[in-house]
Design a protein around this ligand. Structure first.
Ligand SMILES: Cc1ncc(COP(=O)(O)O)c(C=O)c1O
Length: 409
């Protein structure tokens, strides 16, 4: 720990600007948990979580494929060395250009009936027969209640009435289904029940729709404990044990690649955001630590402050992922030698907006101007979600520390 804090201090001295630092060792540990406990599944890394090249390259080197959410992410995955069958491209609203650019580089998952037609037309023009997936909006939700209206995929109950349309798709073949309902699930039994329902849906697609399924993509959902005090980590071991039994039971009914997408579980805790306290001031009884690039360096803590100040205590705001998970999702540490007494402070930034507040009234060791501030859980949905160009400030650096200590910029 002391070593890594020294590395951070040295890097700040050297570059004198905010930066993200990613620790390969943490990513490696998370990869091992998933691949050992859920060994029946294949994994795709959700590139949108953090597309920084050394991270993508490392995860790909461990056998993961890619969950691409845009045509450009397909290209990122391809550059990382992945073949077509290991890149699954799923997002709503793909354009003709998106499809033309990615048809031969990924397995495209159609998100609507219009998109099925569009992919079919492009394949026909090129004289190709293309294998694709279809995203389905299931008739259940994560709590196993009724399905909801969604902009994602096609509603499960509409499939049977579209058999004629499916027959006319001369140049595409549906060989996979994709379902994703929610992220950040920590209850293994909820995830298990969800997987069980997706399996059931796959059996329906095979038996009633006649699709020869080569893959079932269960989407994401694997959560992490953001807060050491309020979150219980997902029991991946128990999830794996239950899935093993389920797969054993169903393997005669369906023989397909079983795919899970994952982002934050691999990279969230591997990342820290580092900035410097450049001013300290008091206003009407409150103390403010002013840091370089707060909201415009790492957006999520400010969003957490903003939303939690407006929402009722009981609200979970699950629909706000990945912008918001929970108020106490980030830990703030002042990198200082020796001990000092604690005081109540707010951490704010250098933007001309009062929304630029990373943390309000938190207890931190007494800080001085020039001290370094470290924010946890900055590996996922961090750099890419942040408006780094706002007010023409300089964007933070990204720094990757390999397991052997090598620093990659
Ligand atoms: C379809 C899909 N798959 C996977 C993910 C990755 O989620 P997480 O980072 O929670 O693993 C997301 C996140 O939004 C998603 O929408």
């Amino acid at each position: 720990m002391k070593d890594s804090l020294d590395v951070i201090k040295n890097l700040m001295e050297q570059y004198e600007k905010p930066f993200y630092i990613y620790n390969e060792g943490v990513i490696d540990k998370q990869i091992k948990i998933l691949t050992e406990e859920l060994s029946q599944f294949e994994f795709l890394y959700s590139i949108k979580t953090n597309p920084y090249a050394p991270i993508v390259d490392f995860i790909v080197s461990k056998g993961f494929g890619a969950d691409a959410a845009s045509a450009n992410e397909v290209i990122i995955a391809q550059k990382a060395g992945l073949p077509c069958e290991k890149i699954i491209y799923s997002s709503p609203g793909k354009t003709r250009q998106d499809i033309e650019k990615t048809l031969d580089k990924s397995i495209i998952v159609a998100d609507s009936y219009n998109e099925l037609d569009l992919i079919n037309n492009i394949a026909k023009q090129r004289g190709l027969n293309v294998k694709i997936g279809l995203r389905i909006n299931p008739d259940y939700n994560m709590n196993m209640g009724q399905g909801i209206s969604s902009k994602f995929g096609v509603d499960e109950e509409t499939l049977v009435n579209r058999k004629e349309l499916f027959k006319n798709l001369t140049n595409i073949k549906i060989v996979g289904i994709h379902v994703h309902l929610r992220s950040q699930i920590l209850d293994y039994s909820a995830l298990y029940k969800y997987y069980e329902r997706v399996f059931k849906l796959a059996v329906f697609c095979k038996e009633s729709m006649g699709w020869e399924l080569e893959f079932i993509n269960f989407g994401g959902g694997i959560g992490i404990a953001y807060s050491a005090s309020n979150d219980t980590p997902l029991n991946v071991k128990l999830l794996g044990e239950k899935c093993k039994v389920l797969i054993e039971r169903l393997k005669n009914k369906i023989n397909a690649r079983l795919i899970i997408e994952t982002g934050r579980f691999l990279v969230c805790q591997a990342g820290k955001y580092i900035t410097r306290i450049v001013d300290i001031k008091e206003s009407r009884g409150k103390k403010y630590l002013i840091v370089t690039s707060s909201l415009n360096g790492f957006l999520r803590p400010s969003i957490a402050e903003l939303l939690s100040s407006y929402m009722p205590k009981t609200s979970k705001l699950q629909g706000c992922e990945p912008l918001f998970t929970a108020k106490d999702a980030f830990e703030f540490t002042i990198l200082k030698n020796g001990k000092s007494s604690f005081e109540k402070v707010s951490v704010a930034g250098d933007l001309c907006t009062s929304a630029d507040l990373m943390a309000k009234d938190i207890m931190l060791p007494k800080a001085d101007i020039g001290d370094i501030l470290m924010v946890s859980n900055a590996g996922s949905y961090a750099y890419t979600l942040t408006p780094v160009l706002f007010a023409s400030h300089t964007p933070p650096l990204q720094i990757y520390i390999k397991s052997n200590g090598e620093i990659v910029l």
